[in-house]
Design a protein. Structure first.
Length: 66
């Protein structure tokens, strides 16, 4: 009877649905926010609904007349 060796379905289960992961360096100040965004995308949420574009409130439109 064989002992040891690889067994089917043994080992850690992946924490991410989208496949392989990669370690990246990001500023500590935004690390938790980026991880939350990544997890939401991994769960199927569309990136467009998560990422909020910069507000246009502080900018005035530039017209061709100026």
């Amino acid at each position: 009877m064989p002992r040891g060796g690889a067994r089917e379905n043994s080992g850690r289960k992946p924490k991410w649905n989208l496949g392989e992961t990669k370690a990246i360096r990001v500023p500590v100040a935004i690390a938790d926010t980026l991880l939350e965004i990544a997890r939401r995308i991994d769960e199927g949420e569309k990136p467009e609904s998560i990422i909020i574009p910069k507000s246009d409130e502080n900018t005035s439109p530039v017209s061709a007349d100026e």
